[in-house]
Structure formats: C-alpha cells, structure tokens
Design a protein around this ligand. Structure first.
Ligand code: C2E
Ligand code: MG
Ligand code: MG
Ligand code: MG
Length: 288
C-alpha cells in the first residue's frame, strides 16, 4: 500500500538530489584547484566595424581546460563560481592575463594600435571599493593605456548596488576606460538606468539578433535600441551575428560594431596570433 510511495518515488528523488549535490561539491573543489593550478584560459572573439569591415578589437572569454573533461564553457561553471564567491578572482585573472596578451599583440602588430580589448565584469566588482585600483594595476602591469580597455557589464550586475556601481563606473570612465552594456534588452529596467550610466556602447543581446529575420517584434526592439543609442550618443554593437542577412540588415540600420560566429569564433591566443601574422586568413569573411 504505502510501500510504493515511501520506497519507490522518494528513493529515486533522493538519489538524484544526492547526485546533484555530489556533483556540485566535486565541481566546487575542482574549481578551487583550477584557479590555483591555472587551468583557465582566455579565448578571443574578434569584433568588427560593420561599415568598413575593419577589426576593432577582441572580446576576452574565459574557458576551463578541465584535466579530465576537456574544454569547458562558462555556462558550466560561471554560476557556481558566482555563488561561491570565486568569480571575482577569476575575472581578475582573466583581466590581467588578457591585458598582457593584448599588449603583446599591439606591440607586434601595428594595425592593432587603435583597437580595443573587451573584458566581462561580474556583479562582485560593484560590491567592493577597490575595483578602480585593481583594474588600473592590471593595466599598469601590462603597460596598456586605459583607452585600450572596454569593460562589459550587465544590467543585472549593477542592480544589487546601483549607487555604488554608478560611482565606480564614473571613476573608471574618467580614466579613459570605455564601458559597454552587455546583453542589452534582456534586463529588467533597462531604460530607466541607461541614461544615468557613463556608457560608451550598448551591445544588443544575441536573442534579438537570432530572431530578427523571423520575428518582426525582435526587429522592432532592435530599432528601438538604435534610436535610444542615437539619442544618448552611444555606439551600438550586435552580438551573435551568424548570417549574412543579419549583417546586411544591421548595416542598413547603422549598427557600428558586430561580432558572431559568422565573423569569427572565439579562438585561443595561438590561433589569433596566427591570424594576425597572416598565417590563418579565415577568422572573418574579409580579413581586416
Ligand atoms: P557574453 O559576454 O554575452 O559573451 C558572448 C557569448 O556568445 C560567448 O559565449 C560567445 O562565445 C557566444 N557567441 C559569440 N558569437 C556567437 C554566435 O554567433 N552564435 C552563438 N550561438 N554564440 C555566440 P561564452 O564564451 O560561452 O560565454 C558566455 C557568457 O559567460 C558570456 O556572455 C559572459 O556573460 C560570461 N563570461 C565569459 N567570460 C567571462 C569572464 O571572464 N568573466 C565573467 N564575469 N563572465 C564571463
Ligand atoms: Mg560580453
Ligand atoms: Mg554579450
Ligand atoms: Mg550574451
């Protein structure tokens, strides 16, 4: 009678919960070690000026070279790192590492002189008072001018402590660092904050770009973002471009910058170096 419910279903439920908890604990331990043992690496996705097809820079995207599971993407570990307060350390490492790499490229390849490096920042940066110091130190250590760095933030990451976040962003902006609102259109109260933040660029979220050809409402949102960008004096970047039609349409809408699989996948530093050295032309439809 009651046997089935007390032994059947609950048992299954318990074991899957236990598996999930064990997996999480294992992952948490592995992540701690991964930071110590430098198992992370940075991949770089090219960003292009759509009008002229010139390279304008790279976005740094973190990957985890897991000793057994191979290359892991942020979706597999970022959230847990955020919850366990390790994401700030990871961001710091990515920032320092990418700045060094970018400086190296800029010195070696003059055509990168006026290009920029984008780095993603998590919410943790805005709960601390030392964000400016840490970022300036990373630039100094890499001998990179603030004008070369773009920081990508999301609306969500600002909400927790909006006043302090705004203050930090103002400080950063005064140094010459540029600021970009990432994944724009997916947050909660987009419009109310945008005009108060010292931004340079808004990046339209991939979800709108991927629906723009099939859904007139997605296109309407994109139009609205352009119009907002124009009135606030912001440049617009589109992410996740993966068809020529999307590029054409975005171009006619006056989109400044674009990135996406069609224009170049995120690549390990060695492959970007090969591309920059002219050894590997297929990072983009037209190389630079
Ligand atoms: P994001 O900053 O919006 O980065 C764009 C994501 O879209 C990247 O995924 C990129 O590989 C992917 N992508 C680019 N072009 C295309 C395309 O044409 N089609 C499709 N389907 N995807 C495309 P990735 O590298 O897996 O990163 C996911 C997210 O993880 C990033 O989203 C960012 O929020 C976060 N992230 C990555 N690196 C860092 C980091 O160093 N620190 C922090 N805090 N977050 C990071
Ligand atoms: Mg980003
Ligand atoms: Mg994005
Ligand atoms: Mg995104």
């Amino acid at each position: 009678r009651a046997k089935e419910t007390s032994q059947g279903a609950p048992l299954l439920f318990d074991s899957s919960m236990r598996d999930a908890a064990l997996h999480r604990m294992k992952l948490e331990n592995e992540l701690q070690r991964a930071l110590e043992q430098q198992q992370f690496e940075v991949h770089y996705q090219p960003v292009w000026r759509l009008k002229t097809e010139q390279l304008v820079g790279f976005e740094a995207l973190v990957r985890w070279r897991h000793p057994e599971r191979g290359l892991l993407y942020p979706a597999e570990f970022i959230e847990l790192m955020q919850e366990t307060h390790q994401l700030h350390s990871l961001d710091r490492w990515v920032l320092g590492h990418a700045c060094q790499q970018f400086n190296h490229w800029q010195k070696k390849y003059p055509r990168l002189q006026r290009t920029g490096l984008s780095v993603n920042l998590s919410a943790d940066w805005f709960d601390r008072s030392d964000a400016l110091d840490i970022i300036m130190q990373a630039l100094k250590a890499a001998q990179l001018p603030p004008q070369s760095l773009l920081l990508e933030i999301t609306e969500r990451s600002l909400l927790h402590n909006l006043d302090q976040a705004t203050e930090i962003l103002n400080q950063l902006r005064r140094t010459g660092i540029r600021l970009m609102m990432d994944d724009f259109g997916t947050g909660y109260s987009s419009l109310s904050h945008l005009h108060r933040l010292p931004l340079d660029v808004v990046k339209i979220d991939r979800s709108f770009i991927s629906r723009m050809e099939s859904d007139p409402r997605a296109e309407a949102v994109i139009e609205a973002i352009f119009s907002l960008g124009r009135s606030l004096g912001l440049k617009v970047n589109a992410e996740g471009i993966d068809s020529p039609k999307q590029i054409e349409k975005l171009r006619t809408m006056g989109c400044h910058y674009g990135q996406g699989f069609l224009l170049g996948h995120p690549l390990p530093a060695e492959q970007v170096s090969d591309f920059l050295a002219g050894k590997q032309p297929h990072i983009s439809p037209k190389s630079s």
